[in-house]
Design a protein around this ligand. Structure first.
Ligand SMILES: Nc1ncnc2c1ncn2[C@@H]1O[C@H](COP(=O)(O)OP(=O)(O)O)[C@@H](O)[C@H]1O
Ligand SMILES: [Mg+2]
Length: 323
């Protein structure tokens, strides 16, 4: 472990708190009164289309950009260019990591370590260990300029972890990565959560967010439109569970029986299928009702709303998803 000064952290403070945060670029409003909180120990996905204001928010949190209004804090400490206490508690993985020309992997990490005031012996050991952990063993003396994009992202993560911060902020961690690289980042994020770290990541890749995040905040055009668990967002949108049944020759009385199942909102035929709209997963009840009516059920599947359905319903920006 690095020889950092032990830093007091309030157990009750949110890992990240953003309140009425605003940022303009000239006359362009990039962020308009954004508010949300990230709890300690969770993986929080900051989801929105290109240009929504994700990177602007992240750069303010990391102290690389000054807010035009509102406030942001990390574990209760004010974020911003002068936010030394906040900066000491976070690690930042940028969207497009860029490094000074001609620097080599290990020497640059050691330089960062000195910047953080880490004790040289412990720092050297930790830097090597971290390079190994991100899959860059044997690359210690290689010039960062020759690294592929995926290697640069891994290296940026090693750099972000160097001072063992409790909060990791990752801007589009899997952008530009191949499937193996994406899977590696996903597992690494899960591992970090397992160690009790808080991870705040931005993404426009919906399935990725759905796989790894405990909660999401949805941002569009500089406004945070919703913050919740994926499941709760689904409920909030009052999107329904669709139970799709494939069965042979369902008679009208069987349809009537389905309509009487508590929670069922509607039943319709769709080719050889029955689609049951319900306010929750009524699969077992639907199956029982059909069997009781003498219907042979071939298959039955409950479709919960995907994050994409919810996202589209909230942002209404179908054209920009995944771009
Ligand atoms: N340096 C800048 N100068 C002018 N406009 C900017 C600058 N950086 C970002 N913007 C604008 O602010 C908005 C939010 O950008 P950004 O935070 O990068 O969004 P995201 O990361 O969600 O794609 C966009 O409309 C973008 O064009
Ligand atoms: Mg961005």
């Amino acid at each position: 472990m690095p020889a950092l000064q032990p830093r007091a952290t309030s157990a009750s403070a949110p890992a990240i708190a953003v309140s009425g945060l605003r940022r303009t670029y000239g006359s362009k409003v990039a962020l308009e009164a954004a508010s949300f909180e990230v709890r300690q120990g969770e993986v929080f996905g900051f989801l929105g289309p290109n240009g929504a204001g994700k990177t602007t928010t992240i750069r303010i949190l990391c102290g690389l950009l000054r807010a035009s209004g509102g406030s942001a804090s990390v574990l209760g400490f004010p974020a911003g260019p002068d936010g030394v206490e906040a900066k000491a508690r976070l690690g930042y993985v940028p969207d497009e990591p860029a490094f000074p020309a001609r620097v080599k992997a290990l020497p640059l990490l050691l330089a960062y370590g000195r910047f953080y005031g880490m004790e040289p012996g412990a720092m050297g050991q930790r830097a090597r260990e971290l390079l190994g952990r991100v899959g860059l063993d044997g690359q210690e003396q290689r010039s960062l300029k020759t690294f592929s994009h995926g290697m640069k992202k891994r290296y940026a993560l090693a750099q972000a972890l160097l001072h063992d911060p409790p909060v990791l902020i990752m801007d589009e961690p899997s952008s530009g990565l191949d499937p193996a690289g994406t899977a590696w980042f996903r597992e690494t994020i899960r591992g970090l959560r397992g160690q009790g770290k808080t991870v705040f990541l931005s993404s426009h890749i919906l399935p990725e967010v759905q796989q790894v995040c405990d909660r999401v905040g949805i941002i569009s055009q500089g406004k945070v439109l919703a913050v919740d668990s994926i499941e709760a967002l689904g409920k909030r949108m009052q999107q329904r569970v669709e139970v799709v049944v494939v069965a042979e020759g369902v008679p009208e009385p069987a349809l009537a029986a389905l309509r009487r199942v508590p929670g069922v909102l509607g039943v319709r035929r769709d080719g050889d299928k029955l689609v049951v709209e319900a306010e929750r997963d009524v699969g077992p009840e639907v199956n029982a009702a059909l069997v009781q009516q003498g219907v042979r059920v071939r298959s039955l599947e409950a479709n919960h709303p995907s994050l994409e359905d919810i996202y589209l319903a909230i942002t209404g920006t179908a054209g920009t998803v995944g771009t």
